[in-house]
Design a protein around this ligand. Structure first.
Ligand SMILES: [Mn+2]
Length: 320
């Protein structure tokens, strides 16, 4: 898709819906609200924003995020003129919203995951972009759309969270150039960092401490992993998104090459988050029908957590 296709489809659409991904993060939510605002301000249309599940508390500061709805608030046979998937690596990552996306007359897919297969009628996939927010910034600027402070805050949130505060390998000169422009548009970098990185609920930090204490290390400590059970979550009254960040903490250990967090979803289903320093963990995730980026990927293994763990470790060892 070229940028003119974006404009054309927005202009021609009677109604627009924007989808963020399951287990929403700063990039998918920041990009979604930035799109919402740019369309509202520049094209005088008000898209519907759809979230797949709860919005983590730390992202509730995002402008207009309270207007986002879950898929069940949309009538069962609703057909939108235009549906936009933002930061969505694979179509099923929209969760129950996928059916609404599929029904739309025109389907647009804007993403930076290299495993994205280009689903939809129009896709804009740029794997070298640090975040979906970076792709949007380039497009908005190129199209001469006006970027106000709210839009800048939203895009900055995308970029600062997906680069781990400008620390990950995906941080490029371009990333800093865009961040710099966003600060000129009015972003207070310290304020956004406080919201994103220093506003965690107490049980979230305690869950992390507990998970790290229970971590196991294999292959000369090159593999660092921990298992989080439903009971662990219940004990700390943890919400689903509270496991965010644990896998990153395991990667912080000097010897770690591959870090993994296994989370018990049901007695037969285990969610896996993978992080690495050099190993392409998107390949490990792909072995279990997951995907993601080279150094940050995930999958769900339809096995009890202990069996899933054994299968995952076996797969990781192939890449060390
Ligand atoms: Mn992203």
């Amino acid at each position: 898709m070229n940028y003119q296709d974006f404009t054309k489809n927005i202009v021609e659409a009677d109604d627009i819906v924007i989808f963020s991904h399951v287990n929403p993060d700063g990039d998918t939510l920041g990009s979604m609200v930035a799109l919402y605002q740019i369309i509202k301000n520049n094209y005088k249309k008000e898209p519907v924003m759809v979230v797949a599940g709860d919005i983590p508390d730390i992202y509730k500061f995002l402008p207009d995020i309270s207007k986002a709805v879950t898929f069940d608030k949309i009538s069962k046979d609703k057909v939108f003129s235009l549906a936009i998937a933002i930061d969505i690596a694979a179509k099923d990552r929209m969760g129950m919203g996928t059916a609404i996306f599929d029904r739309a007359k025109v389907k647009m897919n804007i993403d930076h995951h290299k495993t994205n297969n280009g689903f939809g009628d129009y896709s804009l996939i740029r794997p070298e972009a640090c975040s979906a927010g970076e792709i949007l910034f380039d497009m908005f600027e190129e199209l001469g759309l006006s970027i106000n402070k709210e839009i800048a805050d939203s895009l900055y949130t995308s970029i600062v969270t997906d680069t781990g505060g400008f620390r990950f390998e995906n941080t490029t000169a371009k990333t800093f150039q865009i961040a710099s422009k966003l600060v000129e548009y009015g972003v207070h970098a310290g304020e956004i960092a406080r919201y994103c990185f220093e506003s965690k609920p107490k049980p979230m930090v305690l869950l992390q401490a507990n998970a790290l204490m229970n971590a196991e290390f294999l292959e000369n400590e090159k593999i660092a992993y921990t298992c989080i059970t439903i009971a662990d979550m219940a004990q700390l009254h943890a919400k689903e998104d509270y496991t965010e960040g644990i896998v990153g903490a395991l990667r912080q250990i000097k010897t770690t090459e591959v870090a993994a967090v296994l989370k018990e979803v049901t007695s037969q289903s285990t969610k896996v988050s993978l992080r690495s320093k050099h190993v392409d963990v998107s390949k490990i995730a792909a072995a279990f029908n997951g995907g993601g980026h080279a150094f940050a990927a995930g999958c769900t293994i339809q096995k009890p957590i202990q069996i899933a763990k054994d299968k995952l470790i076996e797969e990781i060892k192939k890449y060390l």
